[in-house]
Design a protein around this ligand. Structure first.
Ligand code: EPU
Length: 354
């Protein structure tokens, strides 16, 4: 266990915002976690790769960072069961699986972050979600100091969603994840850019194309701070989607698993508002993909929050659709949201004028 005080988070958040945490505690073994106790009244938050977070201000509490590594493989007859430590880098893990001859995760290549965070928001891309492969999640209940093995059903996965964002929010720290990769590999090439692949495409072909498409469309966080899709693709009632399709015949509309609900493309909605390239201070709507907000190098957290507000307001006014942010907002005391942060910044501005 390593503990550091007044830790700069510059290298712990992919937005590359220069904020601080009062304390950062890293864990590299399960024994260290069992020995650890939370302090009552002191806020805490579990951080993984920091690639889906917006630190809106200095965090006045303890950040807990699992750094468990290691992989084990079990032959389960018709599938490989691969257990991997929460602190392993996700893309490196996907690459390793393919090199070892365990295909299945190739559509999820190049998603930034660590393995432990992948079940929290049920990462997804190019027609595949992590829930399709999760066998078990091994978590530690920080409140009751108990270990817990959770099945896929117990994780209550949804679109960019799981029980770890609701009933078990902040209380359960994911230690390792077991994936079931069927030996009978099924390619998924039905999504957008992957449709161009021939029927004979291998898992490596899919992996290479996904990497190519992502590198073209999405900014590399090492070069331009960002947290991937800033907003979720909104789900709307079918009647609203039909009305929008009449008004905007080019609007992409997707089916969802929920009856009577359709999904819209947030990136398209933002793009149609003419917001690509729009800046607030050092924060910018990415030129190539309107769904991503970037730090051009000098952005403050406030710039990003104000830009997100501008985007959400513009889309609501034009299309009557309220975007929800996918990126998790972290304030001084823990998780917060766009409305609360805007209110806080406005109150601070008023107080400084007075
Ligand atoms: N579009 C525009 N302009 C834009 C962006 C998109 O017109 O600036 C249009 C595209 O032409 C397309 C539609 O919007 O018709 C959807 O865009 P795209 O296929 O690029 O995917 P997305 O909906 O923007 C989602 C995920 C991504 C994932 C891709 C590929 C969400 C919120 N985002 O993006 O996930 O990589 O599909 O599967 O579901 C992430 O979560 O961080 C992420 C990058």
């Amino acid at each position: 266990m390593n503990i550091s005080q007044q830790q700069s988070l510059l290298h712990f958040n992919s937005f590359a915002l220069d904020v601080k945490a009062q304390q950062l505690v890293t864990f590299s073994s399960q024994a260290q976690l069992s020995e650890f106790s939370l302090t009552e009244g002191v806020p805490y938050f579990i951080i993984a790769g920091g690639s889906n977070l917006l630190f809106c201000e200095d965090f006045k509490g303890v950040l807990l960072k699992p750094e468990f590594t290691g992989k084990t493989v079990v032959d389960a007859g018709d599938a490989w069961l691969i257990t991997v430590g929460a602190g392993e880098n996700w893309h490196q893990f996907v690459t390793w699986c393919l090199a070892q001859g365990y295909p299945g995760l190739e559509n999820l290549a190049l998603i930034p972050g660590c393995v432990g965070a992948t079940p929290v928001q049920n990462i997804g891309a190019y027609g595949v979600e992590i829930k399709d492969f999760v066998e078990q999640v091994n978590a530690y209940d920080l409140i009751n100091k108990q270990w817990r093995q959770m099945s896929r059903d117990e994780c209550e996965f949804g679109y960019r969603d799981s029980i770890f964002k609701h009933a078990l929010k902040d209380s359960h720290l994911i230690v390792e994840v077991t994936f079931r990769l069927p030996k009978q590999w099924q390619p998924v090439t039905s999504y957008g850019d992957l449709k161009s692949l021939p029927d004979s495409a291998t898992a490596d072909d899919i992996f290479n194309l996904v990497c190519q498409v992502r590198s073209q469309k999405l900014p590399d966080p090492n070069e331009l701070g960002n947290a991937g899709s800033f907003f979720k693709n909104p789900q709307v009632p079918e009647a609203q989607a039909q009305a929008l399709a009449i008004a905007y015949p080019d609007m992409p509309i997707y089916d969802t698993a929920i009856a009577g609900q359709k999904k819209l493309a947030a990136g398209w909605l933002i793009d149609q508002c003419g917001l690509k390239g729009r800046k607030v201070g050092g924060a910018q709507v990415h030129q190539q993909q309107a769904l991503v907000l970037v730090n051009t190098g000098t952005a403050s957290a406030k710039d990003v929050v104000e830009l997100a507000w501008l985007v959400r307001t513009s889309v609501a006014e034009r299309f009557g659709v309220l975007l929800e942010h996918e990126v998790r907002f972290i304030g001084a005391q823990g998780e917060t949201n766009l409305d609360e942060m805007m209110l806080q910044f406005e109150q601070q501005a008023l107080a400084s004028e007075a």
